[in-house]
Design a protein. Sequence first.
Length: 344
Amino acid sequence: MTKKKHLTQRQQQRIADNASKKLRVGKNKGVETVDDASFSAAEAGLVISRFGQHADVEDANGAVTRCNMRRSVASLVTGDKVVWRRALRQTGGVDGVIDAVEERSSVLLRPDFYDGLKPVAANIDLMIIVSAILPVLSLNIIDRYLVAAEITGIKPLLVINKTDLLSAEQKHAVEQQLAQYEKLGYSFVMVSAKSGEGMPELLNYLHSGTSIFVGQSGVGKSSLMNSLMPGLEAQTQEVSQNSGLGQHTTTVSRLYHLPEGGDLIDSPGIREFALWHLTAEEVTRGFVEFTPWLGRCKFRDCKHISDPGCAIQHAVESGEILHERYDSYLKILASMAQDKPSYL
Ligand SMILES: Nc1nc2c(ncn2[C@@H]2O[C@H](COP(=O)(O)OP(=O)(O)OP(=O)(O)O)[C@@H](O)[C@H]2O)c(=O)[nH]1
Ligand SMILES: [Zn+2]
């Protein structure tokens, strides 16, 4: 198994400090009794997967231990960096306890019917936005994910899958459309999970950091991941068998190490992740090319829709902002106004 990243000493100290702080709070409130004698010294770990009240934590050597969580750990997801301890005696298949979670560099949230917004994965460096061209390439959906990437601070990469289904002319037309995104600073890769075309180029983006595949159902996310990690399906099955949690495991997020380096989070629920929880102001910020014009509208509360003296609309008219992107912006705002997930 590939070696995982280590926390720096300073990071470890910080989380250990937070952990003891949190434990003290817990004690004072009488929330839980901390039985330190039952556990080894605190160490840094990486959450590979979370199942209900349990999580699988990987240590610095790549070994995975199933842990309970202190009640003071309010939120824990795949990709979280934690401070944990090994149990000195095994109890019911659980071999450790998670004391504290390090501050996240990024987090992906999804709307949950019962819980409102729910984090699903943390510390992601690259959001791989997968689209397929047939029947049509939806630039509007790409724009929605790009807004999400901008707002979460995760670098996006546009991946167009199923190039094997395209004629040379069709491919060229798509490349021209995507060249517009390149001008905005977004890279793209054309691939085929089926023929293998473009896969080495895609792999180059995955070598460092943690990546996640997002995109609508059927665009080929699973096919791409399986082609990058031939053992993925087998590993997924292994998890279901070991955990004994039945059907739940199939919807659980999980972190994998790529053979060539870099980590991949597979999160089946992530395609539902949408923009409906964003404010109009955040959507505006999510369109990077609007930035130079913001603050230049006649009215301070300009919605950039049909307001007079709007600098954004002016930039669209003069060709400095693409019509297509502005239309996408309007569409996203309109779908949000209906108070429903924008992917519906
Ligand atoms: N022709 C062609 N078909 C592909 C390619 N990649 C995936 N497919 C097919 O597209 C369909 C959907 O692929 P999946 O990998 O299941 O798509 P997904 O994005 O994971 O879908 P969900 O699991 O529903 O989110 C399957 O029938 C695949 O065989 C490709 O590069 N070329
Ligand atoms: Zn405006």
